[in-house]
Design a protein around this ligand. Structure first.
Ligand code: FAD
Length: 157
């Protein structure tokens, strides 16, 4: 039985892991198929406070992961396929396992919609050459929102 299960391992998931870990809740993070989340696909992140010279996305996410683990988060690279929130405790299913928890935090973020063309998969990990986030920033300009921030990325989303 887990006190807290966190689904997703992007900024939000690891941040939840850090806070839950510091609260002695022994969080279990089910990282999903993209451990580290969307920032694993980018190069320079220049808007994260504390890094005046910018930081590479994968390096930043490695630090998030280490920090969550430091406070006791257990991280499994499993993808959640089903949940049952009508039971107590809650049930979370992956391909091969099922888990129970008193609380579940969902931080499954987003993923880019790929066109499926050959050149795209070649350029995927060279983000200087391929834009995957125009819509995100475009939306922010057209329709500003005021929301409580839990991490720096939420401001943009
Ligand atoms: C190329 C690129 C560059 C970017 N650059 C910047 C930048 O410079 N500055 C900035 O502020 N933002 C940037 N962003 C946006 C930023 O990456 C996102 O806002 C941020 O990653 C959102 O974090 P998140 O934790 O909410 O979700 P995500 O990072 O989307 O992570 C989602 C997590 O959920 C997991 N998941 C999904 N489904 C399941 C499931 N069924 N079971 C288990 N786990 C699951 C995934 O494996 C992943 O770990 C960029 C995005 C991209 C794509």
């Amino acid at each position: 039985m887990n006190k807290v299960i966190i689904i997703g391992s992007g900024n939000a998931g690891y941040t939840a892991g850090i806070y839950a870990g510091r609260a002695n809740l022994d969080p279990l993070i089910l990282a999903g198929e993209q451990q580290g989340g969307q920032l694993m696909l980018t190069s320079d992140v220049e808007n994260y406070p504390g890094f005046p010279d910018g930081v590479l996305g994968p390096d930043l996410m490695d630090k998030f992961k280490l920090q969550a683990e430091k406070f006791g988060a257990k991280i499994l690279t499993e993808n959640v396929t089903k949940v049952n929130f009508s039971t107590n405790p809650f049930k979370v299913f992956t391909n091969d396992n099922s888990y129970e928890a008193h609380s579940v935090i969902i931080s499954t973020g987003a993923s880019s919609k790929w066109l499926g063309i050959e050149s795209e998969s070649k350029l995927k990990f060279q983000s200087n050459n391929l834009s995957m986030i125009n819509c995100t920033f475009g939306f922010a300009v057209l329709k500003p929102l005021i929301i409580p921030l839990t991490n720096f990325s939420a401001g943009i989303e």
